[in-house]
Ligand binder design. Structure first.
Ligand SMILES: NC(=O)C1=CN([C@@H]2O[C@H](COP(=O)(O)OP(=O)(O)OC[C@H]3O[C@@H](n4cnc5c(N)ncnc54)[C@H](OP(=O)(O)O)[C@@H]3O)[C@@H](O)[C@H]2O)C=CC1
Ligand SMILES: O=C(O)[C@H](O)COP(=O)(O)O
Length: 462
């Protein structure tokens, strides 16, 4: 399909897909909540965000000049840059950078040439293999599908087993919008059984994966293709003496226990200055006591974790901490896959929970005596996704952020991925590449250079 027509076509259909996804919201959320046993409210928030996400991309290309073809073609060839959130809708600024004439003064002195680079958005990579995880099987699928389509690629979606039904429904919505079935395909099956066939297939031109350390294994098998990996995290919440402890406590609850802790960007370890630790722990305990626990149908705050194996893994971390002397702020309680929220105080570095990712409603507190100690612990982790700092001294916060080896640092708020036009990346074992609408589109396009060699110098070379 010719470039301009292809991308213009895709953008118009993405608008339609966004509308259809909204129409199908109720059945999708019902499936998501039943299959994932998570609270409906959280799912609906994510669902909203996902449809906005599509709209966000479209507004980037459509909203500036209205949907006439000429401006669309010109815009689709642009590279999308920073954006901002306005009334909950993402408006992404566009800078035209189709051609850049680079003088050759840096090249060989006798070289007389115009050097043009273009981000060949019209030459798609080919087939993008999108693999989202169980916690956001639709939202994280769309965050891969929309940029891939904008860049003119076709997509093979391999949804998580826990979430496959909702993903199939979501792909059906794209087909209802008019996307050809061959352009977006959904292949269901256990990753352990069909994963290698897909990730090592010669027809795959790019892999966009979100999940656990499975991604590390995939990156070693995939070969010479662009990879976008967003993996686990051990996001540290650093709280200094001058931090707003009420704000910190509220963000620890939101960041550590929402979605029953099953978020890569969840707060995974609290590093708090000893002098204010008792006060903070009491504030968090009081809030934990108010969390409701039970089935998603009752719209509880804490619902069962995704599988028995996940619950068993979490229990293993808790028992290790108990055996090594951690302070249990609540009684450890589990019924099947349902684990009651648990704050573990006085955790030490020899305990597994200090380093491993429970992906559940269990949160360790490590008491520190210096900022250097906080930075050291955060950077000693194999993960490097996000982190957050609570202090009123912004200068100090920026310096700590500079020192933290993480893809993102939130100052005075809990870690989070969105809004989705923000770059989102993990360092070390937390991933490779960067997500977010702009970076995803960039990553799913090719750069090509064209050099015009002139017989004589031209004044146009500046
Ligand atoms: N970074 C993040 O946002 C997330 C991180 N995680 C981390 O991952 C851990 C496990 O969660 P989970 O979602 O099961 O993560 P996994 O990495 O096991 O699965 C993520 C996705 O990869 C698929 N997959 C599994 N094995 C392969 C393979 N060999 N080749 C290709 N694809 C494969 C899964 O499919 P299938 O379901 O069929 O196995 C799923 O769609 C969590 O405990 C947490 O640490 C989990 C969710 C989100
Ligand atoms: O992979 C994840 O768990 C999500 O990217 C986290 O997204 P959130 O910060 O919006 O919950």
């Amino acid at each position: 399909m010719a470039f301009d027509y292809c991308s213009v076509y895709n953008i118009k259909l993405l608008h339609k897909a966004a509308a259809i996804l909204k129409e199908h919201r109720a059945p999708m959320l019902n499936v998501l909540s039943k299959r994932l046993r998570n609270r409906l409210k959280m799912q609906s928030l994510k669902y909203e965000e996902q449809t906005l996400e599509i709209s966000g991309v479209l507004i980037a290309f459509l909203g500036m000049k209205g949907p006439n073809t000429a401006s669309l073609q010109r815009m689709v060839s642009a590279i999308v840059y920073e954006g901002y959130c306005h009334d909950g809708i993402y408006v992404i600024m566009i800078k035209f950078s189709r051609f850049r004439i680079v003088p050759t003064s840096l090249a060989k002195p006798d070289m007389i040439a115009f050097f043009m680079t273009t981000r060949q958005i019209q030459i798609p990579l080919g087939v993008v293999l999108a693999i989202p995880p169980f916690n956001y099987p639709v939202n994280l699928a769309v965050s891969k599908i929309a940029p891939a389509l904008i860049a003119g690629n076709s997509i093979v979606l391999k949804p998580p087993t826990q979430g496959a039904v909702a993903a199939l429904h979501m792909v059906h919505c794209f087909h209802l919008a008019g996307f050809p079935k061959g352009l977006i395909s959904c292949v269901t099956g256990k990753g352990s059984e069909i994963g290698d066939f897909l990730t090592m297939h010669p027809g795959v031109s790019c892999i966009s994966f979100t999940g656990g350390d499975t991604g590390i294994a995939i990156s070693k098998k995939a070969g010479m293709i662009p990879l976008q990996m967003e993996l686990g995290g051990k996001d540290a919440c650093i709280i200094l003496e001058d931090g707003d402890l009420d704000l910190a406590a509220a963000n620890i609850i939101k960041g550590g226990f929402s979605y029953s802790g099953q978020r890569c960007t969840a707060v995974k370890v609290i590093l708090i200055m000893e002098s204010v630790a008792d006060t903070l722990v009491e504030k968090v305990k009081a809030k934990v006591a108010k969390l409701t626990v039970g089935p998603p149908e009752d719209d509880c705050d804490i619902t069962p974790v995704v599988t028995e194996s996940s619950a068993n893994f979490i229990e293993g971390l808790v028992m290790d901490a108990k055996q090594k002397g951690a302070t249990f702020c609540q009684e450890y309680k589990r019924e099947g896959n349902l684990i009651w929220p648990l704050l573990l105080d006085n955790v030490r570095p020899d305990m597994r929970i200090a380093w491993e990712e429970p992906f559940g409603p269990v949160l360790p507190v490590i008491r520190i005596n210096s900022i250097e100690e906080a930075i050291h612990h955060s950077n000693a982790s194999n993960f490097g996704l996000q982190g957050c700092i609570f202090t009123r001294d912004i200068n100090k916060a920026i310096l700590i952020s500079d020192a933290m080896e993480t893809g993102t640092v939130q100052i005075n708020s809990a870690p989070a991925r969105g809004p989705d036009h923000f770059p989102f990346q993990g360092l070390k074992d937390s991933g490779i590449g960067s997500q977010g609408i702009t970076n995803s589109i960039n990553m799913m396009t090719k750069i090509k250079s064209t050099v015009i060699n002139l017989p004589t110098p031209s004044y146009a070379m500046g």
